[in-house]
Design a protein around this ligand. Sequence first.
Ligand code: ADP
Ligand code: MG
Length: 139
Amino acid sequence: MVGNITLTMIKPTAVKKGFIGPILAKIAEGGFKIVAMKFTRLSLEQAQKFYEVHKERPFYGELTEFMSSGPIVAAVLEKDNAVQAYREYIGATDPAKAAEGTIRALYGTNLGENAVHGSDSDENAHIESYFFFSELERF
Ligand code: ADP
Ligand code: MG
């Protein structure tokens, strides 16, 4: 299992702009298999828990308020070397600096509202997957 899954979220602005469909199509096009998925909304407390690793960063308040501001789509994606492959596929954190054709370049709005989340390590991919999904919800 280790090394073949990553956790993504389609962030509130991308959902509001109607980009769920295009982003899921792009995820499929990249060869990522959806093994769990839900449309949900995080409370501020849940967003603070999800992003706990960033709690000392200056943007923690802005980030957690934004991520709890509207519905999101959370999904577990499977592919060889999923964490690194997906981070390359979504592009740099700032959509303005993301490579052409990447998900953040195509669907991101700005540095904070950058369309999607992607796990940064295999360990965090597993922690984040269990944050959203039980065994019964993973296929
Ligand atoms: P990534 O999502 O590329 O792994 P980070 O883990 O560094 O980036 O940051 C988590 C999220 O916090 C980013 O995706 C973005 O939404 C937000 N963020 C990062 N840096 C800033 C910043 N300087 N100002 C506002 N929001 C930021
Ligand atoms: Mg990160």
